[in-house]
Design a protein around this ligand. Structure first.
Ligand SMILES: [Zn+2]
Length: 673
């Protein structure tokens, strides 16, 4: 045979096999027997073996061609793969619809309703119609490139079909394992004394992340495509429905249960139907996805930082199981919040073994009346932390123990505080090891002490190497210690030491904000420093002294009092002072604090002052409790004399009214401050 004819023959064979693959795997309508199919495949393999020069990666023979890998290289998605907002309640879904109607100024919004397959999201890139990359979702921006494994999945085309093939497209879909395949796999694993997978989702994820694509090839994974980014394409669909139709034409498997609806009530109806019928499906679903149909409207709505505004995941109610509370412990979060957690007799809920469930806070725990030893219903919805739904109080024996929240922090043993109107107990110890990372990052942040170069990564390094255990340790660092850190040169070490040094003389308001007192943001810190002239005054102030300040309510004042009542915090403040951290109080323009010298006295000005305008000087007097007169009278206690005084000076001298020069006046203003 002439070589050109052979090339044609190979090409023809591949097209025939692709068509059969499509009919078999995608639309379940095979037109040949398995024997006939195998014969075609053998013929192609033979020809490719004799003529390796015609072998291409998109050939149907090349699905399992990769070698075991060392790891998965990163893959940058052309557009972030965002996660969807979740709803469980019908009202939340109606609210979603209302919001879209409002934003789009439409009375009715059209949606596509899709099943939410319980698998893992994947992004597939095709260039000139050929699969070039397949990557997991990862953090949404960058995923893991698992192309050799992706190629083994028969429902993923290696080459796109049809006549409207885009130059570059990224197709998104869900990789999953069917229930039968899952059961077969677990039987095999059990027979080989390997641990079975807990659920099909984990099995799919584990199979896709195999370093050896030959293992993935045995795992019967499937794909449903549900979205696409057309990067270079002459064709662009206008609706989600058109897009899904287009994906089918390109050779993808799209879930057959998609529905186009013209109202949210129809979507809710479909949800109710699947809630009872989901068990009949051959794969697991955990809800529905409701997507705005018109793509132009989508771009009008845009996305928040985490999720698109045009879609919502409408999940099924949490599945619940019965188990016992073995104990209750308290966790300290990174912001100091104490959360009671029920330790459970391990229980399998929807395929996941649950050993702990959150009790949220003291009020919730009391409202549900959860006691140690209780039988409880525990619920889990999707990736949400499992929670105790309710107690089966009929099963109580009388030996159950009521749990008391601790009065000290489990991580640092400092007394814990509960803020006014808050459900949570908090540890506000600045040195609490459970929180120190957050505290130091906040301390160094731009609006606080503004220590340039001290970001999250470096804080982690400093804590891991034990160079910094408390805030005050920052001011004990030296260049030699810093240079020993990874990725730290002498220059950046020097810069950091300088930045830390500069932070010793920041404004008091920044310092107060940097302390991270609950409810004391930069604005409140500013109000405090406008009112008080030193840190000491704030520490010693009583609740009444806070409450007379405009902008400070009982919640804030209680929080400040709590903070300074912790001995650990006062010790730390002393340490900081000893290490040279002396926040400065900016010169006051205004003060509402009465000052003895001015209190109740009347002042008169004459001439021009060099450091103040007349208005500023008068305000200073008034703010210190004094009064300002317009003319000489027996009421005037002092005449303040500037440059080129007027006739008032002579009159004052006649009446024996004491005189103040501008510099004497300034001295009086600044005394006590
Ligand atoms: Zn603590």
């Amino acid at each position: 045979m002439e070589s050109n004819t052979i090339r044609q023959e190979i090409k023809k064979l591949r097209e025939i096999i692709r068509q059969h693959d499509y009919r078999y795997y995608i639309i379940n309508q095979p037109t040949v027997t398995d024997d006939e199919y195998d014969a075609l495949m053998r013929k192609l393999q033979e020809l490719e073996k004799i003529h390796p020069e015609y072998l291409t990666p998109d050939s149907p023979t090349q699905r399992v061609a990769g070698k075991p890998q060392d790891g998965f290289p990163p893959f940058l998605h052309s557009q972030p793969l965002l996660s969807l907002n979740n709803a469980v309640l019908e009202d939340d879904v109606r609210e979603f619809d209302q919001r879209l109607q409002r934003l789009l100024k439409q009375n009715q919004v059209e949606y596509v309703v899709e099943l939410k397959i319980d698998g893992l999201a994947i992004n597939l890139r095709y260039e000139e119609g050929i699969l070039t990359h397949g990557a997991t979702r990862g953090d949404g921006t960058t995923g893991e490139d698992v192309t050799p494994n992706i190629r083994t999945i028969k429902t993923i085309p290696l080459r796109l079909l049809g006549d409207k093939i885009p130059e570059v497209i990224e197709v998104q879909g869900e990789i999953f394992m069917g229930k039968n395949a899952f059961n077969r796999l677990n039987q095999e694993r059990t027979a080989k004394s390997e641990p079975p997978f807990a659920n099909p989702r984990n099995a799919a994820a584990g199979s896709l992340r195999q370093l050896d694509p030959r293992v993935t090839a045995t795992r019967e994974l499937q794909l449903f495509a549900y979205g696409a980014t057309l990067i270079e394409s002459s064709y662009s669909p206008t609706t989600q429905w058109e897009l899904l139709t287009y994906l089918k034409k390109l050779g993808f498997k799209v879930n057959p249960h998609i529905q186009l609806v013209s109202s949210i009530e129809e979507a809710i109806h479909i949800h109710r139907k699947w809630e009872s019928e989901r068990k009949q499906l051959e794969y697991e679903i955990d809800g529905l996805v409701i997507k705005l149909n018109f793509l132009t409207d989508r771009s009008r709505l845009g996305t928040t930082s985490k999720s698109p505004r045009w879609a919502i995941a409408y999940k099924f109610e949490a599945t619940t199981e019965l188990t016992r509370v073995l104990d209750i412990e308290v966790n300290v979060g990174r912001t100091g919040t104490l959360t009671p957690v029920a330790l459970l007799e391990p229980v399998n809920i929807g395929g996941v073994i649950v050993k702990r469930a959150t009790l949220h806070n003291e009020d919730e725990m009391k409202r549900k009346d959860v006691r140690i030893g209780d039988w409880v219903l525990v619920g889990r919805a999707g990736d949400v932390i499992p929670e105790v739904v309710r107690v089966i109080s009929e099963q109580r024996t009388g030996s159950e123990i009521i749990f008391q929240m601790p009065s000290t922090c489990p991580a640092c043993h400092a007394p814990v505080k509960r803020e006014v109107g808050e459900a949570a107990w908090k540890c506000v110890n600045l040195n609490c090891p459970a929180q120190r990372k957050e505290k130091i990052i906040h301390w160094a942040s731009r609006d606080a002490m503004d220590i340039e170069g001290l970001g999250e990564k470096l804080v982690n390094q400093l804590i891991e190497t034990s160079l910094v255990q408390t805030l005050s340790d920052l001011y004990r660092l030296n260049i030699e210690e810093l240079i020993d850190l990874e990725r730290m040169g002498p220059k950046s070490a020097g810069n950091l030491i300088q930045a830390i040094d500069r932070s010793k003389r920041k404004e008091l308001a920044r310092f107060i904000y940097a302390l991270g007192i609950p409810f004391v943001g930069s604005h409140v810190a500013q109000i405090l420093t406008n009112h008080f002239s030193s840190l000491e005054q704030i520490i010693e102030a009583s609740e009444d002294q806070f409450l007379i300040i405009d902008g400070i309510g009982p919640k804030v004042s209680q929080s400040i009092l709590n903070f300074f009542s912790i001995p650990e915090n006062l010790t730390l403040l002393k340490e900081l002072k000893a290490l040279g951290v002396h926040p400065i109080q900016k010169k006051k323009e205004k003060s509402v604090k009465p000052q003895e010298f001015f209190q109740g006295k009347t002042f008169l000005f004459t001439g021009t002052l060099s450091h103040f305008t007349r208005k500023e000087a008068e305000d200073l007097v008034v703010s210190r409790g004094g009064k300002v007169a317009k003319a000489i009278s027996s009421q005037v206690n002092y005449l303040i004399v500037g440059e080129q005084p007027g006739s008032k000076l002579q009159q004052a001298i006649k009446k024996n009214i004491p005189l103040l020069t501008e510099s004497e006046f300034e001295e009086k203003i600044q005394s006590d401050f």
